[in-house]
Design a protein around this ligand. Structure first.
Ligand code: SF4
Length: 255
């Protein structure tokens, strides 16, 4: 029995673990089980999983702070502590081998997530793990050995994180050199592309491991940027990715 606890996002009074399809990037459309961890080391102003970090008392801002009905989150109500065995049992119940560790920032909990992956592959070697990360933390070997794919999404200045926080050169160098890492950038405007191209050049990220996705939280917003972004992908030999979860479910959580 493993005594370490995972801090997961709590949604509808339960740890956020759900069966869906990968909505974006290299594995788009693949049926997957998502395990959403709580806590993040960044605080993107437009974050759509702000219930993993935007706690009452934080000095950080979020675009929703201005909405009359929006309140920052009470940390104790939005974190579910679960054992490795509890999480593994739920993951196994879906009978789906592709598991996506997402967040928040899952790499803040590498040792216990390594335990989870170890436990799952001992039950069934067909389990395959993807990690969604903001690319600021270097994988430790005990964690890295189980990961098949990193979906690295470096944040740009539009996230409202300082450059010092969002751009960690050693971590980006690690991912640029790892063939397991794919980079995905959400792009809203020309200025974002300038930053994306600077990052790609600085860290020598190969074009075939870069996916660009339109910014938007509605199908209409995605559609408005799609053709423009496809032309940019063609020009730079990047991959284009849609955002299926938004097309299908809009901004609904836990699907
Ligand atoms: S890195 Fe991801 S989870 Fe963290 S604040 Fe930014 S968008 Fe949200």
């Amino acid at each position: 029995m493993n005594n370490k606890l995972l801090k997961l996002a709590r949604l509808n009074n339960a740890p956020e673990i759900f069966h869906s399809i990968q909505g974006e990037g290299k594995s788009i459309g693949v049926p997957s089980v998502f395990v959403r961890t709580s806590l993040c080391n960044l605080h993107c102003i437009w974050c759509d999983t702000d219930y993993t970090w935007n706690w009452k008392g934080t000095r950080f801002s979020h675009v929703h702070d201005a909405l009359p009905a929006y309140e920052k989150f009470d940390k104790k109500d939005w974190i579910a502590q679960s054992s490795v065995e509890q999480v593994a049992d739920q993951v196994c119940s879906y009978q789906c081998s592709n598991v996506i560790l997402t967040g928040g920032e899952p790499m803040l909990q590498q040792p216990v997530l390594a335990e989870l992956m170890k436990y799952l592959v001992e039950k069934n070697p067909e389990f395959r793990f993807e990690v969604e990360t903001n690319g600021t933390l270097i994988p430790i070997p005990v964690f890295d050995q189980y990961v098949a794919q990193y979906n690295v999404s470096p944040k740009l200045s539009n996230s409202n994180n300082s450059k010092k926080l969002r751009e960690k050169p050693a971590a980006l160098q690690f991912f640029a050199q790892s063939l397991k890492a794919n980079f995905k950038f959400v792009v809203a405007e020309e200025k974002d592309m300038e930053e994306v191209l600077t990052l790609i050049k600085s860290y020598q990220i190969p074009a075939e491991r870069v996916w660009l996705m339109p910014e938007g939280t509605t199908a209409e917003a995605l559609a408005a940027r799609r053709q423009w972004l496809v032309e940019i992908c063609k020009k730079h030999h990047f991959r284009y990715s849609d955002r299926l979860h938004i097309q299908i479910w809009g901004s609904k959580k836990g699907v």
